[in-house]
Design a protein around this ligand. Structure first.
Ligand SMILES: *[C@@H]1O[C@H](CO)[C@@H](O)[C@H](O)[C@H]1NC(C)=O
Length: 326
């Protein structure tokens, strides 16, 4: 392995994020589209958080997890979208090596917490559907808090360990990242040496972070679906399934696109397609989660309707009293 000095190349301190390629004419339309997506993501998830905190009958483990997931989605999309919007607007694609590392680390931490929270949510549904008699002893506020705290700590430790390896890499020569954010593979491929070892170590650490929650999620759903199929009446089946269908959709989209991008081999033909799939799990999942939950979940829909009419009523009376004073 050659040292960078021997190759007579300067050490890189800055990367160029290639974004979606040379779409010069599309910069402004893309800016508008992603700005709308970002605003909708923040507003949608904030509404869920406010509902979960304020509406009394949503004070159950399932909705606590949902509220926490929405908080997470806000952080998660904020690691990627603001930077992307700025580069659409200013056409400045340069990013320092430190902010690139920081983005990769923050994104990885949030993504792993998402895996754990989704797993905790499917375990919660498993207990509610398959162990209804023990549900309240096996899943209470204290256990919820522990699961949420454990998700954050576990993700932080694993990703920071893997980050320590990545930060040992040096970069020289080519500095264009063929992606819209500092993702693992495009970044590692630019390292002048040691990329293979770091890839191996990170893959092992990443499987610690993602395999246990993935297996837990799949196992929970196997049991849930088996239990639902055993329910004799069709309406009973439908009713039980409706309590977890929104979550099942979210889990499938998240793991599906994540697998396509990180598990399938990184060939040239897949490169452009990978960018498209990355848009799904980085940008669209945080946007669609609140939509799926508010459209598919009766309790959330009901709470939303009530709070909406309450809000209108209180403002109506404020407005009328204004007019009366005038
Ligand atoms: C997150 O979860 C904890 C415990 O499960 C809960 O007390 C808290 O209210 C949740 N936060 C939100 C915003 O839902």
């Amino acid at each position: 392995m050659q040292k960078p000095e021997e190759r007579n190349e300067t050490i890189i301190t800055e990367f160029t994020l290639h974004g979606f390629g040379d779409l010069r004419d599309l910069q402004i339309p893309l800016f508008v589209v992603f700005l709308v997506i970002y605003i909708m993501t923040i507003v949608g998830n904030l509404i869920i958080v406010v509902l979960v905190v304020r509406v009394q009958h949503l004070h159950t483990p399932m909705y606590f997890f949902l509220g926490n997931l929405s908080c997470l989605e806000i952080c998660y999309s904020s690691t990627i979208l603001p930077r992307m919007l700025a580069s659409f607007l200013t056409q400045n694609q340069a990013v320092s090596i430190y902010s690139c590392f920081l983005q990769l680390w923050a994104f990885a931490v949030f993504a792993a917490v998402e895996c754990y929270l989704l797993a905790a949510m499917s375990y919660d549904r498993y207990l509610a559907i398959c162990r209804p008699l023990y549900y309240s002893t096996l899943m209470n506020l204290k256990i919820c808090l522990r699961l949420v705290a454990g998700s954050w700590i576990g993700s932080f430790v694993i990703n920071t360990a893997s980050f320590l390896f990545i930060s040992q890499l040096s970069f020289c020569g080519h500095n264009v990242i063929e992606h819209f954010f500092c993702d693992f593979t495009p970044l590692i491929n630019l390292a002048c040496s040691g990329a293979q070892q770091v890839k191996l170590v990170s893959a092992i650490l990443a499987s610690f972070a993602t395999l246990p929650p993935f297996i837990l999620t799949v196992t929970s759903y196997v049991y849930i679906i088996a239990a639902i199929l055993r329910i004799p009446s069709a309406t009973g089946r439908q009713k039980t399934f409706s309590t977890c269908s929104a979550h099942l959709i979210v889990v499938t989209i998240f793991y599906g696109t994540l697998t396509i991008v990180y598990v399938l081999p990184d060939t040239n033909e897949l490169k452009e397609l990978n960018k498209v799939f990355s848009v799904f799990y980085t940008i669209l999942t945080p946007l669609v989660n609140p939509l799926i939950y508010s459209l598919r979940n009766k309790e959330v829909k009901e709470a939303l309707r009530k709070s909406g009419s309450q809000f209108c009523n209180s403002h109506k009376s404020a407005l009328t009293s204004c007019f009366q004073i005038l």
